[in-house]
Design a protein around this ligand. Sequence first.
Ligand code: COA
Length: 423
Amino acid sequence: MDKALSGIRILDMTHVQAGPTASQLLAWLGADVIKFEPPTGDVTRSQLRDVPNADSLYFTMLNCNKRSITVNMKNAAGKEVFVALLTKCDVVMENFGPGVLDRLGFSWETIHQINPAVVMASIKGFGSSGPYADFKAYENVAQAMGGAMSTTGFMDGPPLVSGAQIGDSGTGLHLAIGILAALQQRHRTGQGQYVEVAMMDGVMNLCRVKFRDHQRLTRGTLSEFSVPTEGMRDTPRSGNDSGGGQLGNTVKCKPGGPNDYIYVVVQEAVWSALARRVGGEVLAADERFAMIQNRRKNQKDMWRILNEFAAGYTKWEMMGILNEIDVPCGPIMSTNDLANDEHIRLREMFIELDHPERGKWFNVGMPIKLSDSSVPIERSPLLGEHTEEVLRSVLGYSNAQVARLQEGGAFSKDPQKQEHPRP
Ligand SMILES: CC(C)(COP(=O)(O)OP(=O)(O)OC[C@H]1O[C@@H](n2cnc3c(N)ncnc32)[C@H](O)[C@@H]1OP(=O)(O)O)[C@@H](O)C(=O)NCCC(=O)NCCS
């Protein structure tokens, strides 16, 4: 069946989370993604294992709909396979540490020379230029350095990381957009190009509005914040404040468990209906809350009143009450709430899959819905499951060619057969 990216073949050298997020999305959009792994496999195959000897959920949840081929890039025969695949692919993706591909002999210049039409897409912690270029990075390093941590949490506590993987998966999304744009340009020019996303840059992009507030601070205070901002030079941690033009915050519900909260946005348009529902005509006429400026000034009292009201209801009851009067709100949904939510099930956002080593498991589904490009989600590949298939179907290799490469150590992790073993 025709898919959005049918006909696009991707040589996917990515590992861990940031790169695989991008290549999984592209696979779900219909690209043929060949996961090109060292003979030891992507390190996440064995990280945080929950089933002995089975690929971890870390791996299976990020590598669906891909084929796996294992090739030793530190071996001459392995490099030969890499070069051959490069000429048959439209995109090559990687998120190795700084300088890794150069050390293997494949800088962007070399790759472009081998296949001028190939799009090369890289994720680095800090990009290939600037004083931080040589540093490695993981999710929370990027959150720390891209502005997310200093603005997350409460002012009387330490900086916090976000549960959303904005450093890894967020950067993967940026990379996928870059790849699609480069492929589109290639339609006109016939030329590939280098697409680079630095995790620090990606996080900063997602923190854009925090730099809005950073600049507003030079002209005055941030009246929507529930903490005082007089004299501040840095955008403060905003706790659960809405951070937008409307006031918003979490409200505690019964029975008072760790996720028994609902997020309520007190949108200007709904205040009178909300006030009437919570405190009748008296609250609706209360001058302290009549206009948004008053509510900003007296927000502590407003949130106290809303919390007192919500204490009599569960978050689900509150959701019903508030939606009835058109108040934007969201119960804080735990992972268990989401795993069992009817809306999520109907939208195929938590789907059951089978796996030869681990049996039944669940993956988060595809959030981008295309009306003419369906996404049947398939399990992640076993290590090297498609090595022979790819060598034969993509490269057209004969038995004799495969045997010669095997003999040369192309698929072996034997250090004797490596050109430059790791020191
Ligand atoms: C994530 C990260 C910190 C992991 O660091 P690491 O485990 O030391 O891995 P590196 O990417 O630096 O190195 C990979 C090694 O495997 C080797 N390797 C990779 N694929 C190979 C293959 N097919 N055959 C042989 N060797 C291979 C590389 O040559 C390199 O070896 P070297 O160190 O001897 O040069 C690092 O890759 C990084 O900073 N990546 C960019 C930022 C990023 O994406 N981070 C988020 C990850 S979710």
